[in-house]
Design a protein. Structure first.
Lengths: 375, 584
């Protein structure tokens, strides 16, 4: 682990680092591929909605000695769908099976009667409506839409619109992948799945915001120096928080992995499996997209700004000049990271603008050139 | 988010012990409260613990053919769902079964009698003018009917001494607008204004204009025969009456006596109510009551009818508030009430008042139901699922702890103790919320709590990494904690705000399980902030003074050499302002 410890230190100093922004096209490609697969899976296989959403058939039996889990197996065999089995107060069973119409229900009834060793006449079959009806679903969509609008507004104010946009793209990316994988695996969608998706939605945004917070901090006063372009700073910022990202992801994924592989894997399918799968995929996608998608996307958008273009030109010009002078660019540049601008920050002149929390871009307009000269 | 003032920060820095002590007292109080209340486990949802299943069958009512149709059944399911699961946290499930049955599943530990009343009550409310009333039966009834009526005073502008509150809450459009709205229109078309006869003595026969003599005679006979002290009579009174009909009804007056009434056609209906709220009357000593706020149309109708009634003589200046064919209140009117508010007071206790307010708010059921069967059901997920989940979760947690110990060494103590504090708080609050607001924990919520571990741990990780970064810059531990905290704090607040925003929006807008999820998310997010601010930070500050940590013991997780710290004197400028809490 001490290697990991020094890794953190070297990442911090910028001695090592992965070129996240530079290699972004590869990762965009990977993401687009996965997303297309997910969408294909979704359109081809479709989502298998559970009884809670579409209703189905309910079979009520008389007193029987068959256990709940056994009955569940029988019911799933007979129908090919997930079944909800409950034992009633009188010792009978209530078996609910999704997506079953009247014709099919008679057949299942016969099979169940054989499996459970009860008289088919004594099984009462009826259709049940959804417990998660349209009303609940519509309200949920409405809530999500309002939340999305508010969160974009909030991020645009707390950060900037580019980051809000990137966070939204990352969020859609995560949700699409999770839903797509769900469709591909063919698990039935239960209320648990939906809750799992909502949890991911929260986590994906949370993780992106943590990464953006560090990016914002690093990119402060960016236009006052000529060492680094925005993309390079974005890279530094990701590498600087990489240890945190890895640790958080590990800590969040370990218990869910436990649920998925130990709980679900050993004990077979069940609601636990449904939820932990959506959580596992979603958490992993959320952590991945914050680093590989959201931040490079912000850098892409930022580099289109005139100030950032000018900055890039200045940085490149300065490097060319330094190279011409025969200075090794490596030496000072790496030893003195971008942090070196910090003393500047302590001068009273900058204290004012900091209070108003203006973005570096707008501040750069006035102050970029003098500091550029200073260097 | 902004950089803190130096003074405040140092103040907090100076008394980490006190903050810590206060926090520990709060935790002990919470846990103690949990043990004292006797609810030491959270209430589990129906998927984990099973519960009671109530089957309600729709009743065929005279004069309403084809009322039992899929649309009405769906509406009824929606209304019942909201009545029994108003906050979305009680995990009750409502669904149709067959053509005319509705099953309501409520988790174990819920007051099933109350739930049955909540879902089964039709809650059709009408304001009808009183045509005739008299005390019924020989003696005051001792029947403890909850819907007893005492003098109720409607309106804001009539009685100064009545506390009239304008309820504020969610405006829930009544889902029964179609069926009842039509009924009211019909009633109005039929010119429902009772034409008061000049001789308005209590015994005289009321003669509503336009009604056939035959019908009036029948009603009169029904009225004469009605003995409200008999329960069978009460149940029969006014059965099947349409809103536009003149009808008979029973009710209990403030002395507990049963009174019988002949009531005119309904003037204002429950669908005209916008909001309803249970409030405690502190001034009038009437106890719990339900205040209602009408919709604009309802307020106008109410003002019209009260204006007309006020011109009449007793008892025809009274109107009756009729709930499911029983008069719950029969206030006098002196003038037109234009405030758009009304209230029902009676001998309610808090629960009854709240239930009634809920029913009025969420609307009346389009159909009447009777209980067909009540049975217990076992957990939908076998016990082994929960057990497997718990074992797997425990293994996962153990792995988390091992990872933290290996990576953060001494610092992991802070993380683990903080996680523990957070776990105790979450557990006790969830246990306490079971009996208070009916909070029930289902399997998705348990999984959500497990993910919450990750988010809570992230707060510590962000903080630790900040501290370590500062040490790498060459600072000693004390200043490193001081400088690292404001930066970590901002990150924690910004990101937790996003989670909290999601929770708040979803809780306000959605219903059912999504609302329940939003509640859990909001709770865990708030607890995360509380734990980090009031526990982790002070604990870290105290530990930062211990030699084990300051000297960078190799097991402290803060060994400068291991972290690859730069020599402290890299630049003199830097050293001069080590405790500056700026963000950059």
């Amino acid at each position: 682990m001490s290697k990991l410890g020094t890794l953190g230190a070297r990442l911090h100093r910028g001695e090592i680092g992965y070129d996240f922004v530079g290699k972004r096209k590869i990762w965009y490609g990977v993401s687009i591929l996965i997303t297309i697969t997910a969408i294909l899976g979704l359109t081809v296989r479709g989502l298998n909605m559970g009884i809670e959403f579409q209703g189905g058939a309910v079979f009520t039996t008389e007193k029987t000695s068959v256990s709940v889990s056994q009955a569940e197996e029988y019911a799933e065999e007979a129908s090919g769908h997930d079944a909800i089995v409950q034992k009633l107060g009188n010792g009978g069973l209530r078996i609910q099976i999704a997506g079953t119409d009247t014709g099919r229900s008679d057949q299942i009834k016969e099979e169940l009667a054989g499996d459970l060793k009860v008289d088919a006449e004594k099984i009462n079959a009826e259709l049940v409506g959804p417990s998660w009806g349209d009303q609940i679903a519509n309200k949920a969509w409405q809530g999500l839409a309002i939340f999305m609008v508010l969160v974009v507004i909030y991020l645009a104010i707390a950060f900037e619109w580019r980051m809000a946009l990137a966070a939204l793209v990352a969020l859609i990316h995560d949700i699409t992948i999770t839903v797509g994988i769900y469709a591909l695996v063919g698990f039935e969608v239960t209320p648990g799945t939906v809750i799992g998706l909502l949890t991911i939605l929260g986590y994906s945004l949370y993780d992106t915001v943590v990464v953006f917070d560090s990016l914002k901090e690093q990119a402060k006063d960016l236009t006052k120096q000529t060492r680094w372009t925005y993309s390079e700073v974005a890279d530094r910022s990701i590498n600087g928080t990489l240890v945190r990202s890895i640790n958080t992801t590990v800590v969040a994924l370990l218990p869910v992995a436990g649920l998925l592989f130990i709980g679900g894997g050993v004990l077979g399918a069940g609601m636990l499996n449904d939820i932990s799968l959506s959580l596992f995929v979603g958490l992993a996608a959320g952590a991945y997209s914050s680093i590989f998608i959201a931040t490079p996307l912000v850098a892409d958008l930022k580099e289109r700004e005139p100030q950032m273009k000018a900055l890039k030109k200045r940085v490149l010009a300065k490097r060319a000049a330094a190279a011409a002078k025969g200075d090794s660019l490596e030496g000072p540049a790496v030893d003195e990271p971008y942090d070196d601008d910090e003393p500047q920050d302590a001068t009273p002149a900058v204290v004012g603008p900091r209070g108003t929390r203006t973005q570096p871009s707008s501040r750069g307009r006035g102050r970029g050139r003098p500091s550029g000269k200073r260097r | 988010m902004a950089a803190p003032k130096k003074g405040r920060n140092q103040g907090a820095q100076g008394r980490p012990g006190r903050t810590l002590a206060l926090f520990l007292i709060a935790i002990v109080a919470l846990a103690g409260g949990m043990f004292a209340s006797g609810h030491t486990t959270p209430r589990l949802g129906i998927d984990l613990a099973g519960g009671t299943s109530i089957t309600l069958a729709a009743k065929e009512e005279p004069g309403q053919k084809n009322a039992i149709n899929p649309t009405n059944m769906k509406t009824a399911v929606g209304i019942m769902e909201r009545r029994v699961n108003g906050l979305g946290v009680s995990e009750a499930e409502v669904q149709t079964q067959g053509d005319r049955n509705i099953i309501v599943n409520i988790p174990k530990g819920t007051n099933s009698k109350q739930a049955r009343e909540q879902v089964g009550t039709t809650a059709k409310l009408f304001f009808r003018p009183v045509l005739t009333t008299e005390v019924s039966g020989p003696a005051p009834s001792a029947s403890p009917s909850p819907s007893a009526s005492s003098s109720a005073s409607p309106g804001t502008d009539k009685d100064g001494d009545k506390a009239t509150s304008t309820p504020s809450g969610s405006t829930t459009p009544s889902a029964t607008a179609t069926s009842q709205g039509r009924a009211v229109t019909d009633a109005l078309k039929a010119d429902p204004t009772p034409s008061p006869t000049d001789s308005a003595s209590a015994s005289s026969s009321p003669s509503p204009s336009g009604s056939a003599d035959e019908a009036a005679g029948k009603l009169q006979a029904e009225y004469a025969a009605l003995d409200c002290t008999k329960e069978a009579d009460r149940a029969r009174a006014g059965e099947g009456a349409q809103p536009g009909d003149t009808t008979v009804a029973c009710g209990q007056n403030s002395q507990g006596q049963w009174q019988k009434y002949i009531l005119g056609p309904a003037e204002v209906a429950g669908t005209d109510i916008d909001e309803a709220q249970a409030v405690f009357d502190t001034q009038g000593a009437a106890g719990w009551k339900v205040t209602m706020k009408f919709t604009d149309a309802g307020a106008k109708k109410f003002a019209d009818i009260t204006g007309k009634l006020a011109k009449n003589q007793s008892p025809q200046n009274q109107f009756a508030i009729v709930l499911d064919n029983e008069v719950v209140s029969d206030p006098f009117v002196n003038q037109a009430l234009t405030g758009g508010n009304a209230e029902i007071s009676g001998s309610f206790d808090q629960q009854e008042a709240q239930d009634l307010a809920n029913m009025l708010k969420y609307g009346a059921l389009p159909l009447s139901f009777e209980e067909a069967s009540v049975t217990t059901v076992t957990a939908a997920l076998g016990g082994e699922q929960l057990e497997a989940g718990l074992i797997a979760g425990a293994i996962g947690l153990a792995l988390v702890i091992i990872y933290l110990v290996v990576y953060y060494r001494g610092l992991s103590f802070v993380a683990i103790v903080s996680l523990l504090a957070s776990a105790i708080m979450t557990y006790s609050i969830m246990s306490l919320l079971g009996p208070t607001i009916g909070f029930a924990l289902n399997l998705p919520a348990v999984c959500g709590a497990i993910v919450a571990i990750g988010i809570t741990a992230d707060s510590f990780i962000v903080f630790f990494e900040r501290i370590r970064d500062e040490i790498r810059e060459g600072r000693t531990l004390g200043p490193a904690v001081q400088r690292g905290w404001p930066r970590a704090r901002r990150t924690i607040l910004v990101s937790d705000f996003v989670s909290f925003l999601a929770a708040a929006v979803l809780f306000i807008v959605t219903v059912g399980k999504v609302q329940g999820f939003a509640f859990t998310l909001g709770l865990t997010t708030l607890l995360d902030v509380v734990v980090v601010f009031l526990f982790t930070k002070p604990l870290m500050t105290i530990l930062a003074r211990k030699r084990f940590f300051t000297e960078g013991h190799r097991w402290s997780g803060l060994d400068p050499k291991r972290l690859g710290a730069k020599p402290p004197l890299r630049r003199t400028r830097r050293v001069s302002a080590p405790v500056d809490t700026k963000e950059a």
